[in-house]
Design a binder for this molecule. Structure first.
Ligand SMILES: [Zn+2]
Length: 301
């Protein structure tokens, strides 16, 4: 239907077709998509000057201009999908001099002891490389892994390592490579391991997540890893705890229902396969019967 016909039939309440002919239902959305196509990602980036807290060298890092990205949707484990440019690609700072790497938000949170550990474990081996003017998925994964390697050597908090693993899992979710689904799962698993420890040992909030949000995330990671019983028990804790926001409870119920649906489908599939095998037995019986009939006829029994 053309846009100018959509609003026809409203003349009795004061809107004539001729007045509405230039009105387009999705004008704003179409314009936004057109604008996004015209924008080149590199125009949304700039070089930010950073001082490395480990070696005190000044270096430049690609960063996103504020408000340059546009959110499309959010996955149930908080992964945000963006149009035009992917802010996750620029989420890690890597010091090109000493190799110290960390999530942007954590870059300056480093103790003297941890600095020594970077110098002895990372800087001695690190080889700097020149990155292009715009990052892609494989560069993003490399930079996240460098941050994870640093976090492991300097004994960062479990939540830090878990968050980096989660973000690496998200990057594999965007990838179309053959083994990316498997790699996503393995990083989700490592992330879950860290968040389990964080919930038990760390003071909240972690990465803007309060206890309930983290409990939900732990449930959701379990769901994605098909640990349905564990997921259900975390979800039910979130749902039954007083003081949890209505939004979070609603999201948790949706994910709980998803598990129930999956389990019902699995059970139905199981029953169906049992039915098929019963049918097979029945049809064997039938064929025996008909065989019998056939032989009876043959031998005149
Ligand atoms: Zn440095």
């Amino acid at each position: 239907m053309s846009d100018n016909k959509i609003f026809s039939g409203l003349e009795h309440v004061g809107f004539k077709d001729s007045d509405l002919k230039d009105l387009s239902l999705y004008e704003k959305e179409k314009k936004a998509i057109e604008d996004a196509k015209k924008t080149s990602p590199s125009s949304l980036l700039y070089e930010k000057t950073i001082v490395c807290p480990v070696c005190e060298t000044t270096f430049k890092q690609l960063a996103l201009k504020s408000n340059s990205y546009r959110m499309i949707s959010k996955d149930s484990d908080f992964f945000i999908r963006y149009a035009t440019i992917n802010p996750y690609f620029y989420d890690v700072y890597v010091c090109e001099h000493c190799g110290y790497s960390a999530l942007k938000v954590d870059f300056n949170k480093i103790s003297e002891k941890q600095k020594e550990s970077v110098i002895s474990n990372i800087s001695t081996k690190f080889k700097s490389r020149t990155y292009p003017k715009e990052y892609n998925l494989s560069i993003a994964i490399e930079r996240y892994k460098l941050a994870l390697l640093n976090a492991t050597y300097i004994n960062s908090k479990s939540s830090t390592k878990a968050m980096i693993c989660l973000k690496i899992a998200w990057m594999y979710r965007l990838s179309e490579d053959n083994n990316s689904a498997e790699l996503e799962k393995s990083f989700l698993k490592s992330s879950l391991e860290g968040f389990n420890v964080a919930l038990e040992k760390e003071s909240m909030p972690v990465y803007k997540m309060n206890t309930f949000l983290l409990m939900y995330l732990i449930g959701e990671l379990n769901r994605r890893l098909e640990n349905y019983d564990t997921a259900l028990s975390w979800f039910s804790r979130v749902i039954t705890t007083p003081g949890v926001s209505t939004n979070l409870k609603e999201l948790t119920r949706t994910q709980r229902d998803l598990i129930k649906e999956t389990l019902e489908q699995q059970n139905a599939a199981k029953e169906e396969s049992t039915e098929i095998s019963t049918d097979d037995i029945d049809s064997n019986e039938d064929s025996t019967k008909s065989n019998k009939g056939f032989f009876s006829k043959l031998f005149g029994e």
